[in-house]
Design a protein around this ligand. Sequence first.
Ligand code: SF4
Length: 377
Amino acid sequence: MSGIYIHIPFCKQACHYCDFHFSTSLKKKDELVNALCRELELRKDEFKNTSVETIYFGGGTPSLLTNEELQVLIDSVYQNYQISEHPEITLEANPDDLSKDRIIELAKSPINRLSIGIQSFFEADLKLMNRAHNANEAIECLSVATRHFDNISLDLIYGIPGASNAQWLKNIEMALEFNVPHISSYALTVEPKTALASFIKKGVIEDVDDEQAHQQFHLLKETLEASGFVHYELSNFGKESYFSRNNSAYWQGKSYLGIGPSAHSFNGKQRGWNVSNNSKYIKAIQQNELPIEIETLTLTDQYNEYVMTGLRTIWGVSFYKVENDFGTVFKDYLIEQSKVFINQQLLYIDDGHLRVTKQGQFLSDGISSELFMLNSF
Ligand code: SF4
């Protein structure tokens, strides 16, 4: 089982906090779509013995492509790969691209899941983050989308400077009113070289308050769990049978093919990443070359990655898997390193799995780094 991720590297405008790869010029859109189709064809042998369970259009802003362009890409995937009978096909979309007519057309296409970048229902938050949509557009698009799609995820951002806990709770409650089966939520992080970092440095925007972000994470968790969501990954909440199949596959170490500029790929032993430059990407593909750098993961890298992703999910870290895949040295090391966190009630062992407690959840990335193996095997 495997997945295909297709990166659409265009956005209308730059959100102040974002450090993903995208261009705000759409001049090369046609060439890019052709290059994506060509890359899909060039790499088909990498998945010749596996069937594709998920196709994910991420970005950037994939909803900037027309429905016809998306269909061309889906056709190209079907022409070059074996696709399972009921694939999950997700489109990341921004509210300002989702008019009523557009949603109705999308619902007739093979796309069967929308991941909508709402981020906040409050105008002040949206302005501070320089989102391209306004609060009304967020509400309107969700009202229509929920009538035409059953499988919808929305994104919300917490820890926004100036947004109180009461306002955050209102954001969550508004999301719940739409009865979507999946919510992804991330803390606003200040990435170097972003406009947000520069505004904070100049004092134009107040800094992110980690303690408040922590409180808002717990408000989110409690409110969504009380409404029947399962907190199945640090940043993801889903109703039963609506967990993202695409993301769950990443977290469970399954293979995926990343198509497009800056997209990452993984085949269980090697990780690859495409060049983060639209012109260089298009030029290389036009010459039938893959603009990809590949790194072979050591056993230590694979163990560290498994620990980090495992602790972020409800599946936890399996001692059996660690011993089986990496050896007794790794299992003994994991037992030893986790003791201090078990004593602090940040980790616990259940049914042969190491998991984070409720108190440990927000800290899980920091905890896993303490469980990483430092010696290289
Ligand atoms: S729309 Fe998404 S990818 Fe584009 S700038 Fe905003 S956060 Fe980044």
